[in-house]
Design a protein around this ligand. Structure first.
Ligand SMILES: [Zn+2]
Length: 316
């Protein structure tokens, strides 16, 4: 065989092998935090996806019903979903009976794949507007996450939610009540906040994030602040954000105040005739208490531009 042909065949075989291979299991160890009697959260690193965190960056939660388990946002990949299932197994041997997805961003729902493989009968719920977008969002997010993580999520298949659930609908799942809250466009147009009524816990999705800045490309500053107000009016006393530490009402207030402060500052400087990049350092100065939040420097400019556009739309 000529040398060149040999090497081409070898390269093709290696490439095939690489495509076949599945990303490795999540390597870092993450503690489970007990939030209430029946509710647990695995707080992911408050980072953007990279090769070290393998794309796991959100806060998957699980709730023990009488004979089953309900999962909220099983994470960014097959690998993350499998890690969540392993953690659940340290607490209970009961099966996963249902899943809620809070929104369409892939770091929250691509872990559905692991649940579907292990528990084919588990029903996956999300807002109808979220479900309508998964066909496009799934492949987009898998590609994006693989690019950012050196292919850590390889092998993940997008598994769309099965059933829609909308604002103020309550599901009784094996003895526990789950109420959905959807307040229009907030972080995206299809967000759900899931209140575990009997446990006084609310999963906020990315309508609230703490101690880090997140994109708001699909959302609305005023709508997101409104969602925060709704969360504060529920009977919840434990608040679980999409990213960052959980806690009491202060968790929601901090993000609402950040969004509100940013939006007010942008509107003020816009009224003074400044464009978005001219006002950047002034707005950043007004947001001093939040400058220690992760991704402040990399994301603040983008958020100011988005707030500027929203203020412009609001003015017309
Ligand atoms: Zn997120």
């Amino acid at each position: 065989m000529p040398r060149n042909a040999f090497f081409s065949i070898l390269a093709a075989l290696l490439l095939l092998g690489a495509c076949d291979r599945q990303g490795a299991a999540i390597g870092r160890e993450y503690p489970i935090k007990k939030i209430s009697d029946r509710v647990y959260v695995i707080h992911g690193p408050n980072e953007v996806p990279n090769a070290v965190n393998q794309g796991f960056i959100n806060n998957p939660g699980f709730v023990l019903t009488r004979k089953g388990v309900v999962v909220i946002d099983p994470g960014s990949s097959l690998q993350t979903g499998e890690m969540v299932l392993k953690k659940i197994a340290t607490v209970t041997a009961n099966p996963v009976i249902a899943v809620f997805n809070t929104h369409v961003h892939g770091d929250h729902w691509l872990g559905n794949d692991a649940i579907r493989r292990a528990y084919p009968k588990a029903v996956i719920y999300a807002h109808p507007k979220m479900i309508a977008k998964t066909g496009e969002a799934g492949p987009f997010w898998i590609k994006l996450l693989n690019r950012l993580t050196d292919n850590a999520v390889r092998g993940t298949r997008p598994v769309s939610p099965d059933l829609g659930i909308d604002d103020e609908e309550t599901l009784a799942l094996d003895g526990l009540r789950f109420t959905a809250h959807h307040t229009g466009t907030a972080h995206t147009d299809g967000d759900l906040m899931i209140e575990v009524v009997d446990e006084k816990v609310i999963f906020l999705g990315d309508n609230v994030v703490t101690q880090s800045l997140r994109r708001l490309d699909d959302g609305s500053f005023s709508g997101n602040a409104r969602a925060c107000d709704v969360a504060l009016k529920t009977g919840a006393v434990h608040f679980v954000p999409g990213h960052g530490p959980s806690g009491g009402r202060e968790v929601v207030k901090a993000y609402r105040d950040f969004l509100g402060g940013l939006y007010r500052a942008v509107k003020k400087y816009r009224a003074q005739g400044l464009n978005d990049f001219e006002m950047r350092s002034r707005v950043a100065t007004e947001l001093k208490p939040y400058q220690t939040w992760a991704q402040f420097d990399s994301e603040i400019g983008k958020l100011i531009s988005l707030a500027f556009l929203e203020a412009e739309r609001e003015a017309f």
